[in-house]
Write a protein that binds this ligand. Structure first.
Ligand code: ADP
Ligand code: MG
Length: 460
């Protein structure tokens, strides 16, 4: 029995120190001897003599208390080298149940501890992150929301956890359906954009959102992560700028339209006079109704633009949006002898868009092209389906062009080279195209011309 015990003590990896009832060392295992430099000569010495080997000085009290209460205790301590141990203090009973003293066991938990510290650090970072953070399982069930989420939405973790990540967003009228984001995530890819979200008070607010898969070291997705920023304020400002730019564009167009409408009005007046004088001719009437229809079309298009409208994304034909814009802009182009050349493929696959916002972009770009050619010329508007499934829309003018060092400034708010310019057109356009998950690229050469290319995803 004694021999077995000796063998066990020599071979165990658990550091153990035996104390007698007077808190003197009786024996110890080789593991702990090595770690805190115990020598055979230390046997018989009081425990207090070796306690300097640890960054802890409550040993003797702990041991005395356990001896008194016979209740084992456990605590985490560090040796002078910085290693962490889980130390247990137990009463030491002989086989006939006599308490002979105390056993201290030491289990090295350094690795566990540093992993825990690392974990704590990361979890504090997420807990205190200024971004809304949501973690969901592979089926989309919400497993975690951070305090920022609660602060912005008003939903407590208990309200959100267990629900589906899809339900956090307001998908009606969204630029993309949830299924599209979900299939990207399932393929291990990310999605970034702006979405509307619910808050507890029944209101919605805008978020700049990123959905991404969390992968383990083997690249396997283990969770999904949503990081978002409340951007209601920014969105509000953008909306104001967008509206003011739209009103300014409409105002400028109105001047061109007034000019354009005057000729047919004069013609109409002449025909009315002829009719009143008794001259009857069916062709008068058909000319008159064609002129009236055109005036009506132009004016109603202008009114639609000036009126505030819902920002719902709906499936629309990009060809007809472009044609509406060209009809409107033709009135201005004619004044400066610009010919808008229509190279729009029709039909094209539908795109998911806010129609009025896209019109605003196209008006900006066409107007810029017309304004770049004060002495007239051709402005080509081209739209076709590209091999990658996107619609490519090009606006090519042969106007003044943009000097290379100024190209970088395009899209900066209030950057304009025109006396009546707002300098908001391109800024607003970039933003709208981005919200539509598209891209807009401008290339230009001074005194040669400018090409604006807009790519928009189609509904697949
Ligand atoms: P605005 O038209 O009110 O000046 P924009 O944001 O639409 O504001 O355009 C900013 C500036 O970019 C214009 O003032 C002009 O200098 C330049 N620009 C934009 N489009 C063209 C173009 N097609 N040709 C030449 N310059 C352009
Ligand atoms: Mg402009």
């Amino acid at each position: 029995m004694n021999n077995d015990m000796d063998n066990f003590l020599v071979s165990t990896r658990i550091g153990t120190i035996f104390l007698d009832r007077n808190m003197c060392i009786r024996r110890f295992t080789p593991v702990i001897a090595q770690e805190i430099n115990l020598l055979d000569a230390d046997c018989g010495r009081p425990l207090a003599h070796i306690s300097h080997n640890f960054r802890y000085n409550g040993f003797v009290e702990d041991a005395k208390r356990v001896l008194r209460t016979l209740v084992p205790e456990e605590r985490e301590i560090q040796n002078q080298g910085g290693k962490w141990y889980s130390m247990r203090v137990l009463p030491y009973r002989t086989s006939d149940n006599v308490i002979k003293g105390i056993v201290l066991t030491f289990v090295d938990i350094t690795e566990l501890k540093s992993a825990n510290i690392e974990m704590l650090k990361l979890s504090y970072a997420i807990e205190q992150s200024p971004s809304i953070t949501v973690i969901a399982g592979l089926d989309g069930t919400i497993e975690y929301v951070n305090p920022k989420f609660t602060e912005v939405t008003g939903f407590e973790p208990a309200d959100a956890i267990g629900g589906h990540i899809r339900e956090l967003q307001h998908w009606e009228g969204s630029s993309v359906p949830f299924t599209e984001i979900w299939s990207l995530l399932s393929e291990g890819q990310e999605w970034k954009g702006e979405l509307e979200s619910h808050s507890r008070n029944g209101l919605t607010y805008w978020e700049s959102v990123k959905f991404l898969p969390i992968k383990d070291s083997e690249g396997q997705t283990i969770h999904y992560l949503k990081i978002a920023e409340d951007m209601s304020e920014r969105r509000h400002t953008e909306e104001l700028l967008r509206k003011s730019e739209m009103l300014s564009a409409v105002g400028q167009l109105a001047a061109g339209i007034a000019h354009e409408i005057r000729n047919p009005l004069t013609a109409l007046k002449g025909f009315t006079k002829l009719l009143r004088s008794g001259a009857h001719n069916d062709s008068y009437l058909s000319i008159m109704s064609a002129e009236l229809e055109r005036i009506e079309q132009i004016v109603s298009e202008l009114l639609v633009l000036a009126k505030p409208q819902a920002v719902d994304y709906l499936p629309k034909s990009v060809s007809s949006i472009l044609n509406d814009v060209i009809m409107l802009l033709d009135t201005q182009a004619i004044i400066t002898n610009v010919e808008i050349v229509n190279e729009i493929d029709d039909p094209l696959p539908l795109i998911s868009c806010v129609e009025n916002q896209l019109k605003q972009v196209f008006i900006n770009v066409v107007k810029n092209g017309v304004e770049a050619m004060p002495d007239g010329g051709q402005l080509i508007v081209r739209a076709r389906l590209a091999a990658d499934g996107m619609v490519n829309i090009g606006f090519i003018d042969h106007g003044c062009g943009i000097p290379e060092k100024k190209l970088a400034r395009l899209g900066e708010p209030f950057y304009t080279t025109k006396s009546n310019g707002t300098g908001l057109g391109l800024m607003v356009s970039y933003k709208i195209i981005e919200n539509h998950q598209g891209v807009m690229v401008i290339t230009s050469k001074e005194n040669v011309g400018t090409a604006v290319v807009i790519q928009l995803p189609t509904i697949s």
